[in-house]
Design a protein around this ligand. Structure first.
Ligand SMILES: C[C@](O)(CO)[C@H](O)COP(=O)(O)OP(=O)(O)OC[C@H]1O[C@@H](n2ccc(N)nc2=O)[C@H](O)[C@@H]1O
Ligand SMILES: Nc1ncnc2c1ncn2[C@@H]1O[C@H](COP(=O)(O)OP(=O)(O)OP(=O)(O)O)[C@@H](O)[C@H]1O
Length: 292
Protein backbone atom coordinates (compact mmCIF):
# COMPACT_ATOMS: atom_id res chain seq x y z
CA UNK A 1 0.00 0.00 0.00
CA UNK A 2 1.37 3.40 -1.05
CA UNK A 3 0.07 6.45 0.79
CA UNK A 4 0.71 10.15 0.38
CA UNK A 5 1.27 12.33 3.46
CA UNK A 6 0.55 15.94 2.48
CA UNK A 7 2.11 19.05 4.03
CA UNK A 8 0.15 21.95 5.49
CA UNK A 9 0.55 25.69 5.67
CA UNK A 10 -1.07 27.98 8.25
CA UNK A 11 -2.93 30.73 6.38
CA UNK A 12 -3.61 32.34 9.75
CA UNK A 13 -2.06 31.56 13.13
CA UNK A 14 -3.20 33.19 16.36
CA UNK A 15 -2.36 32.17 19.92
CA UNK A 16 -4.82 33.06 22.66
CA UNK A 17 -3.35 31.86 25.93
CA UNK A 18 -1.11 29.35 27.70
CA UNK A 19 -2.86 26.46 29.41
CA UNK A 20 -2.00 24.90 32.75
CA UNK A 21 -0.40 21.90 31.01
CA UNK A 22 2.02 24.15 29.10
CA UNK A 23 0.25 23.83 25.74
CA UNK A 24 -1.18 26.92 24.06
CA UNK A 25 -4.70 27.60 22.88
CA UNK A 26 -4.63 28.52 19.22
CA UNK A 27 -6.93 29.73 16.42
CA UNK A 28 -5.53 28.81 13.05
CA UNK A 29 -6.65 28.44 9.47
CA UNK A 30 -5.04 25.29 8.11
CA UNK A 31 -4.55 24.43 4.45
CA UNK A 32 -3.21 21.26 2.82
CA UNK A 33 -0.83 21.74 -0.12
CA UNK A 34 0.37 19.46 -2.92
CA UNK A 35 3.72 18.62 -1.39
CA UNK A 36 4.01 15.19 0.12
CA UNK A 37 6.00 12.35 1.63
CA UNK A 38 5.29 8.78 0.52
CA UNK A 39 4.71 5.84 2.86
CA UNK A 40 5.02 2.30 1.52
CA UNK A 41 3.31 -0.08 3.96
CA UNK A 42 3.25 -3.86 3.83
CA UNK A 43 1.69 -6.41 6.18
CA UNK A 44 4.18 -9.08 7.24
CA UNK A 45 3.98 -12.22 9.37
CA UNK A 46 6.83 -11.22 11.69
CA UNK A 47 5.33 -9.26 14.63
CA UNK A 48 6.37 -5.65 15.22
CA UNK A 49 7.11 -2.54 13.21
CA UNK A 50 10.06 -2.24 10.89
CA UNK A 51 10.68 1.28 9.55
CA UNK A 52 13.16 2.62 7.02
CA UNK A 53 13.57 6.26 5.96
CA UNK A 54 15.36 7.71 2.92
CA UNK A 55 17.46 10.02 5.14
CA UNK A 56 19.76 8.57 7.79
CA UNK A 57 19.43 11.63 10.07
CA UNK A 58 15.73 10.93 10.62
CA UNK A 59 15.12 8.33 13.34
CA UNK A 60 13.67 4.97 12.26
CA UNK A 61 12.63 3.83 15.75
CA UNK A 62 10.14 4.86 18.50
CA UNK A 63 11.24 8.48 18.04
CA UNK A 64 9.70 8.59 14.56
CA UNK A 65 6.07 9.75 14.57
CA UNK A 66 5.23 7.05 11.99
CA UNK A 67 6.43 4.38 14.38
CA UNK A 68 4.49 5.97 17.27
CA UNK A 69 1.29 6.12 15.23
CA UNK A 70 1.54 2.52 14.02
CA UNK A 71 2.34 1.28 17.53
CA UNK A 72 -0.56 3.21 19.07
CA UNK A 73 -3.14 1.40 16.92
CA UNK A 74 -1.40 -1.98 16.85
CA UNK A 75 -1.16 -2.06 20.65
CA UNK A 76 -4.76 -0.94 21.20
CA UNK A 77 -6.13 -3.59 18.85
CA UNK A 78 -3.56 -6.26 19.84
CA UNK A 79 -2.73 -6.79 16.20
CA UNK A 80 -1.13 -10.14 15.40
CA UNK A 81 1.56 -9.93 12.76
CA UNK A 82 3.61 -6.92 11.80
CA UNK A 83 4.18 -4.17 9.31
CA UNK A 84 7.09 -3.03 7.14
CA UNK A 85 7.05 0.70 6.43
CA UNK A 86 9.30 2.69 4.14
CA UNK A 87 9.09 6.47 4.44
CA UNK A 88 10.28 8.61 1.56
CA UNK A 89 10.62 12.23 2.77
CA UNK A 90 10.15 15.21 0.47
CA UNK A 91 8.59 17.65 2.97
CA UNK A 92 11.36 19.69 4.64
CA UNK A 93 12.06 18.56 8.23
CA UNK A 94 11.47 20.82 11.27
CA UNK A 95 10.04 23.36 8.89
CA UNK A 96 6.57 24.26 10.20
CA UNK A 97 4.85 22.20 7.50
CA UNK A 98 3.67 19.32 9.72
CA UNK A 99 5.87 16.82 7.88
CA UNK A 100 6.19 14.33 10.73
CA UNK A 101 2.57 14.92 11.79
CA UNK A 102 1.31 14.15 8.30
CA UNK A 103 3.44 11.01 8.10
CA UNK A 104 1.88 9.91 11.41
CA UNK A 105 -1.62 10.62 10.08
CA UNK A 106 -0.93 8.53 6.96
CA UNK A 107 0.40 5.71 9.16
CA UNK A 108 -2.85 5.73 11.18
CA UNK A 109 -4.88 5.54 7.95
CA UNK A 110 -2.62 2.77 6.61
CA UNK A 111 -2.69 0.59 9.74
CA UNK A 112 -6.48 0.99 9.95
CA UNK A 113 -6.78 -0.30 6.38
CA UNK A 114 -4.13 -3.02 6.40
CA UNK A 115 -5.43 -4.67 9.57
CA UNK A 116 -9.11 -3.87 8.80
CA UNK A 117 -9.65 -2.17 12.17
CA UNK A 118 -12.80 -0.46 10.94
CA UNK A 119 -12.12 2.92 12.56
CA UNK A 120 -13.91 5.98 11.13
CA UNK A 121 -12.02 9.18 10.27
CA UNK A 122 -13.37 10.72 13.48
CA UNK A 123 -12.10 7.76 15.52
CA UNK A 124 -8.66 8.10 13.93
CA UNK A 125 -8.63 11.85 14.67
CA UNK A 126 -9.53 11.23 18.33
CA UNK A 127 -6.47 8.97 18.67
CA UNK A 128 -4.23 11.21 16.53
CA UNK A 129 -3.98 13.96 19.17
CA UNK A 130 -1.97 11.55 21.34
CA UNK A 131 0.80 11.75 18.73
CA UNK A 132 0.81 15.54 18.31
CA UNK A 133 -1.39 18.62 18.17
CA UNK A 134 -1.29 18.87 14.35
CA UNK A 135 -1.95 15.17 13.67
CA UNK A 136 -5.80 15.23 13.84
CA UNK A 137 -5.80 17.97 11.19
CA UNK A 138 -3.43 15.93 9.03
CA UNK A 139 -5.98 13.08 9.12
CA UNK A 140 -8.80 15.48 8.15
CA UNK A 141 -6.97 17.74 5.62
CA UNK A 142 -8.38 20.48 3.38
CA UNK A 143 -9.30 23.95 4.63
CA UNK A 144 -10.16 24.00 8.35
CA UNK A 145 -10.32 26.16 11.46
CA UNK A 146 -8.21 24.62 14.23
CA UNK A 147 -8.86 25.58 17.85
CA UNK A 148 -8.01 24.15 21.28
CA UNK A 149 -4.38 23.02 20.96
CA UNK A 150 -5.08 22.47 17.25
CA UNK A 151 -7.26 19.38 17.66
CA UNK A 152 -10.70 21.06 17.67
CA UNK A 153 -11.40 21.18 13.97
CA UNK A 154 -14.16 22.80 11.97
CA UNK A 155 -14.30 22.27 8.23
CA UNK A 156 -14.62 25.57 6.35
CA UNK A 157 -15.20 26.36 2.68
CA UNK A 158 -12.34 25.25 0.44
CA UNK A 159 -9.91 28.14 -0.09
CA UNK A 160 -10.06 29.60 -3.65
CA UNK A 161 -7.63 27.79 -6.00
CA UNK A 162 -4.21 29.41 -5.81
CA UNK A 163 -0.51 28.69 -6.25
CA UNK A 164 1.91 28.32 -3.37
CA UNK A 165 5.65 28.94 -3.51
CA UNK A 166 7.62 27.30 -0.70
CA UNK A 167 10.99 28.67 0.41
CA UNK A 168 12.77 27.07 3.35
CA UNK A 169 16.05 28.59 4.49
CA UNK A 170 18.80 26.27 5.70
CA UNK A 171 17.92 26.63 9.39
CA UNK A 172 15.71 24.54 11.64
CA UNK A 173 13.31 25.91 14.26
CA UNK A 174 12.07 23.74 17.12
CA UNK A 175 8.31 24.07 17.63
CA UNK A 176 8.67 23.63 21.38
CA UNK A 177 11.31 26.37 21.60
CA UNK A 178 9.18 28.69 19.47
CA UNK A 179 6.20 28.30 21.81
CA UNK A 180 8.44 28.69 24.87
CA UNK A 181 10.03 31.92 23.69
CA UNK A 182 6.70 33.50 22.80
CA UNK A 183 5.74 36.46 24.99
CA UNK A 184 1.96 36.50 24.82
CA UNK A 185 1.55 39.98 26.32
CA UNK A 186 3.91 41.38 23.68
CA UNK A 187 1.93 40.22 20.64
CA UNK A 188 1.26 43.52 18.90
CA UNK A 189 -1.25 42.37 16.33
CA UNK A 190 -3.56 39.36 16.08
CA UNK A 191 -4.74 38.12 12.68
CA UNK A 192 -8.46 38.53 11.93
CA UNK A 193 -9.23 34.80 11.68
CA UNK A 194 -13.03 35.30 11.51
CA UNK A 195 -12.60 37.93 8.80
CA UNK A 196 -10.43 35.50 6.82
CA UNK A 197 -13.11 32.81 7.08
CA UNK A 198 -15.65 35.31 5.69
CA UNK A 199 -13.34 36.13 2.77
CA UNK A 200 -12.83 32.41 2.04
CA UNK A 201 -16.60 31.84 2.09
CA UNK A 202 -17.00 34.67 -0.45
CA UNK A 203 -14.16 33.24 -2.58
CA UNK A 204 -12.23 36.51 -2.19
CA UNK A 205 -8.58 35.39 -2.30
CA UNK A 206 -7.13 38.91 -2.36
CA UNK A 207 -9.05 40.06 0.74
CA UNK A 208 -8.06 36.86 2.56
CA UNK A 209 -4.36 37.33 1.80
CA UNK A 210 -4.53 40.93 3.08
CA UNK A 211 -5.68 39.64 6.48
CA UNK A 212 -3.11 36.82 6.76
CA UNK A 213 -0.94 36.87 9.89
CA UNK A 214 1.13 34.58 12.12
CA UNK A 215 1.92 35.68 15.68
CA UNK A 216 5.15 33.62 15.69
CA UNK A 217 6.54 35.59 12.79
CA UNK A 218 8.00 38.79 14.34
CA UNK A 219 9.97 36.93 17.03
CA UNK A 220 11.36 34.30 14.66
CA UNK A 221 12.28 36.87 11.99
CA UNK A 222 14.13 38.91 14.59
CA UNK A 223 16.28 35.84 15.24
CA UNK A 224 16.55 34.76 11.59
CA UNK A 225 16.35 37.80 9.28
CA UNK A 226 16.65 35.54 6.19
CA UNK A 227 12.96 34.69 6.69
CA UNK A 228 12.07 38.36 6.22
CA UNK A 229 14.30 38.50 3.14
CA UNK A 230 12.53 35.53 1.52
CA UNK A 231 9.15 37.13 2.29
CA UNK A 232 10.22 40.43 0.74
CA UNK A 233 11.58 38.67 -2.36
CA UNK A 234 8.32 36.78 -2.91
CA UNK A 235 6.19 39.87 -2.40
CA UNK A 236 8.27 41.96 -4.78
CA UNK A 237 7.91 39.18 -7.40
CA UNK A 238 4.15 38.88 -7.57
CA UNK A 239 3.01 37.12 -4.39
CA UNK A 240 -0.29 38.50 -3.09
CA UNK A 241 1.20 37.79 0.33
CA UNK A 242 4.12 35.83 1.76
CA UNK A 243 4.22 34.55 5.32
CA UNK A 244 5.99 32.12 7.61
CA UNK A 245 4.21 28.78 8.16
CA UNK A 246 3.66 27.48 11.70
CA UNK A 247 6.65 28.09 13.95
CA UNK A 248 8.87 28.43 10.87
CA UNK A 249 11.22 28.77 9.24
CA UNK A 250 9.45 27.94 5.94
CA UNK A 251 7.98 30.90 4.06
CA UNK A 252 5.12 30.42 1.62
CA UNK A 253 3.92 32.89 -0.99
CA UNK A 254 0.36 32.90 -2.33
CA UNK A 255 0.03 33.62 -6.08
CA UNK A 256 -3.02 33.91 -8.32
CA UNK A 257 -1.02 32.99 -11.42
CA UNK A 258 1.22 29.98 -12.12
CA UNK A 259 3.64 31.83 -14.46
CA UNK A 260 4.22 34.56 -11.89
CA UNK A 261 4.95 31.92 -9.26
CA UNK A 262 7.39 30.04 -11.54
CA UNK A 263 9.23 33.29 -12.29
CA UNK A 264 9.46 34.14 -8.57
CA UNK A 265 10.69 30.58 -7.87
CA UNK A 266 13.53 31.10 -10.36
CA UNK A 267 14.58 34.38 -8.71
CA UNK A 268 14.40 32.75 -5.27
CA UNK A 269 16.60 29.83 -6.42
CA UNK A 270 19.17 32.24 -7.86
CA UNK A 271 19.19 34.32 -4.67
CA UNK A 272 20.32 31.28 -2.62
CA UNK A 273 18.32 32.59 0.35
CA UNK A 274 16.37 29.32 0.52
CA UNK A 275 17.74 25.79 0.67
CA UNK A 276 14.48 24.28 -0.54
CA UNK A 277 12.37 25.99 -3.22
CA UNK A 278 9.20 24.24 -4.35
CA UNK A 279 6.40 25.57 -6.55
CA UNK A 280 3.02 23.98 -5.94
CA UNK A 281 -0.64 24.69 -5.25
CA UNK A 282 -3.31 24.13 -2.63
CA UNK A 283 -4.97 20.72 -2.43
CA UNK A 284 -8.08 20.98 -4.59
CA UNK A 285 -11.57 20.00 -3.47
CA UNK A 286 -11.95 16.28 -4.24
CA UNK A 287 -8.19 15.72 -3.96
CA UNK A 288 -8.50 14.55 -0.38
CA UNK A 289 -7.24 11.01 -0.60
CA UNK A 290 -4.18 9.34 0.86
CA UNK A 291 -3.87 6.98 -2.08
CA UNK A 292 -0.79 7.31 -4.19
C1 LIG B 1 3.06 25.41 15.20
C2 LIG B 1 2.07 24.43 14.63
O1 LIG B 1 2.70 23.63 13.63
C3 LIG B 1 0.97 25.19 13.92
O2 LIG B 1 0.17 24.38 13.10
C4 LIG B 1 1.48 23.51 15.69
O3 LIG B 1 0.84 24.26 16.71
C5 LIG B 1 2.51 22.55 16.28
O4 LIG B 1 1.92 21.31 16.41
P1 LIG B 1 2.78 19.99 16.68
O5 LIG B 1 4.12 20.11 16.06
O6 LIG B 1 1.91 18.83 16.30
O7 LIG B 1 2.95 20.06 18.25
P2 LIG B 1 3.27 18.90 19.32
O8 LIG B 1 4.20 17.92 18.71
O9 LIG B 1 1.97 18.41 19.89
O10 LIG B 1 4.01 19.75 20.44
C6 LIG B 1 5.34 20.20 20.36
C7 LIG B 1 5.54 21.27 21.43
O11 LIG B 1 4.92 22.50 21.02
C8 LIG B 1 4.23 23.12 22.08
N1 LIG B 1 2.82 23.35 21.71
C9 LIG B 1 2.26 22.69 20.65
C10 LIG B 1 0.94 22.93 20.28
C11 LIG B 1 0.20 23.88 21.04
N2 LIG B 1 -1.07 24.17 20.73
N3 LIG B 1 0.77 24.51 22.09
C12 LIG B 1 2.08 24.27 22.44
O12 LIG B 1 2.57 24.86 23.41
C13 LIG B 1 4.41 22.24 23.30
O13 LIG B 1 5.45 22.79 24.05
C14 LIG B 1 4.88 20.92 22.76
O14 LIG B 1 5.78 20.30 23.60
N1 LIG C 1 8.28 11.11 10.27
C1 LIG C 1 9.12 12.10 10.61
N2 LIG C 1 9.55 12.97 9.68
C2 LIG C 1 10.39 13.97 10.02
N3 LIG C 1 10.86 14.17 11.25
C3 LIG C 1 10.46 13.34 12.22
C4 LIG C 1 9.57 12.28 11.94
N4 LIG C 1 9.32 11.65 13.10
C5 LIG C 1 10.03 12.28 14.05
N5 LIG C 1 10.73 13.28 13.55
C6 LIG C 1 11.59 14.21 14.33
O1 LIG C 1 10.79 15.38 14.61
C7 LIG C 1 11.48 16.60 14.38
C8 LIG C 1 10.54 17.64 13.72
O2 LIG C 1 10.07 17.11 12.55
P1 LIG C 1 8.87 17.69 11.65
O3 LIG C 1 9.38 17.75 10.26
O4 LIG C 1 7.65 16.89 11.87
O5 LIG C 1 8.64 19.16 12.25
P2 LIG C 1 7.73 20.36 11.79
O6 LIG C 1 7.84 20.59 10.33
O7 LIG C 1 8.15 21.49 12.64
O8 LIG C 1 6.26 19.96 12.14
P3 LIG C 1 5.10 20.94 12.69
O9 LIG C 1 4.69 21.81 11.55
O10 LIG C 1 4.03 19.94 13.08
O11 LIG C 1 5.65 21.70 13.85
C9 LIG C 1 12.67 16.24 13.50
O12 LIG C 1 13.81 16.88 14.00
C10 LIG C 1 12.79 14.70 13.56
O13 LIG C 1 13.96 14.26 14.22
Amino acid sequence: MRLRALAKINLGLDILRKREDGYHEVRMIMQTIQMYDVLEMKRVRKPGISLSVNYSYIPNDERNLVYKAAKLLMDEFQVKGGVDIHLEKFIPVAAGMAGGSSDAAAALVGINRIFKLGLSQKELMDRAVNIGADVPYCVMRGTALAEGIGEKLTRITQVPDCFVLIGKPGINVSTKAAYESLQLDKISSHPDIDGMIGDIERGDLLAMTQKMGNVFEPGIIEKYPVIGEIKALMESHGALKAMMSGSGPTVFGIFDDREKMEAAAEVLRESRLAKTVFATEVMKAGGNTNDK
